[in-house]
Ligand binder design. Structure first.
Ligand code: ADP
Ligand code: MG
Length: 275
C-alpha cells in the first residue's frame, strides 16, 4: 500500500546557498519518487540557470512564459506549468529570472510573491490541488530564496559532507530565523539531506554528525550515495529514477521520499524551536 497522502499541498523549499550540493538533483528525484507513490507533484524552478527545467527535458529557450512572468507580472501559474514524462509538473524558469531579483527588490510584498502565486493556484485547482510543491532554490540567499522560504512549510538542506561544507549552514539558518520572525512563523527545518555521500570514508560520517550536532538539525535518511549515474540523467531529460531505475541513488531517493511523506503526517511542533 502506498503511504498516506498529505492533507493539502505541502510546500518544501530545497535550499542551500552553496552551488553543486545536489539541490536540483534532489528536487527532480524526490519529485519523481513522490509521483511514483501516486502523489500530485509540482516542481518550481527558481534558479535562472534553469537546470531543473532543462533536466526535465524542457528547453528554456523554447518557452514564451516562465516563472519569471508569474512572479513579476502576476501571470497565472496554471498558464505556465508544464507536465513532464517523469509524472511531475514543473513551473519552468528561463534566464529571464535573473532579472526578477532586481525587479522585485523595490516591490512591496516581494517576500510573498511565491506564496501568493501558489495559494491562488491551490484555490483554483480545488480538489485537484498538488499534494507537494518542491521549490528548487538558487545558490544565494537573495530575494528568491527568501520568497521561497516564505512560501514553504518546511526547508530541506542538501549538504555535501565535506569538511568546509557546513560554513554556510549557519548563515542559511540565520535567514530561516529572519523569515520566521518577519514573514513565515510556521517555517520548519525538516533537516539536512546528505548528498554526494561517500559512505566508505569515516570522514563523511564524522562531518555529518558534527553538522547535525552543531546546528541541532535532523538528518533526513538515507544519505544519497555519490554515483556516476547522476551525470547521465539530466541529458536524457529524465530523473535518475527513470534512467537508472534500480540504482542505489534512485533507491535512496525513493526512501527519502517515503520518509518525507511520513514526516508530513507528523503533527506540527507547538512552539517554534529556537532555530
Ligand atoms: P545544485 O542544484 O545544488 O547546484 P545539482 O543538483 O545541479 O546541484 O548537482 C550538481 C552536480 O552534481 C550535477 O552535475 C549533478 O549531476 C551531480 N550530482 C548530484 N547528485 C549526485 C550524486 N549523488 N552522485 C554524483 N553526482 C551527483
Ligand atoms: Mg541547482
Amino acid at each position: 500500500m502506498s503511504p498516506k497522502k498529505p492533507v493539502g499541498p505541502i510546500t518544501l523549499a530545497v535550499a542551500n546557498q552553496k552551488g553543486g550540493v545536489a539541490k536540483t538533483t534532489s528536487v527532480a528525484s524526490i519529485g519523481a519518487a513522490l509521483a511514483e507513490l501516486g502523489h500530485r507533484v509540482l516542481l518550481v524552478d527558481l534558479d535562472p540557470q534553469a537546470c531543473l527545467t532543462f533536466s526535465l527535458g524542457i528547453d528554456p529557450e523554447d518557452l514564451e512564459t516562465s516563472v519569471h512572468h508569474v512572479l513579476t507580472q502576476g501571470v497565472d501559474p496554471a498558464e505556465v506549468i508544464i507536465a513532464t514524462e517523469d509524472g511531475v509538473d514543473v513551473l519552468p524558469a528561463t534566464i529571464e529570472l535573473a532579472r526578477a531579483e532586481a525587479d522585485l527588490l523595490t516591490r512591496t510584498g516581494r517576500e510573498h510573491v511565491i506564496k501568493g502565486a501558489l495559494e491562488g493556484l491551490a484555490d483554483d485547482l480545488g480538489d485537484e490541488a498538488y499534494d507537494w510543491v518542491l521549490l528548487d532554490c538558487p545558490p544565494s540567499l537573495g530575494v528568491l530564496t527568501v520568497a521561497a522560504l516564505t512560501a514553504a512549510d518546511g526547508v530541506l538542506v542538501p549538504l555535501q559532507c565535506e569538511t568546509l561544507s557546513h560554513r554556510g549552514v549557519g548563515q542559511l539558518l540565520d535567514t530561516v530565523h529572519d523569515v520566521r520572525r518577519f514573514t513565515n512563523r510556521g517555517l520548519e527545518v525538516w533537516g539536512v539531506l546528505p548528498t554526494l555521500y561517500d559512505g566508505r570514508t569515516n570522514h563523511a560520517r564524522t562531518v555529518l554528525e558534527t553538522i547535525s550536532e552543531t546546528y541541532d538539525l535532523e538528518v533526513v535518511e538515507p544519505p544519497i550515495p555519490k554515483t556516476i549515474k547522476f551525470a547521465e540523467a539530466p541529458a536524457a531529460g529524465r530523473s535518475i529514477l527513470a534512467t537508472s531505475r534500480t540504482s542505489k541513488g534512485a533507491q535512496a531517493y525513493r526512501e527519502v521520499a517515503e520518509n518525507l511523506v511520513a514526516r508530513a503526517s507528523r503533527p506540527k511542533a507547538k512552539k517554534a524551536r529556537k532555530r
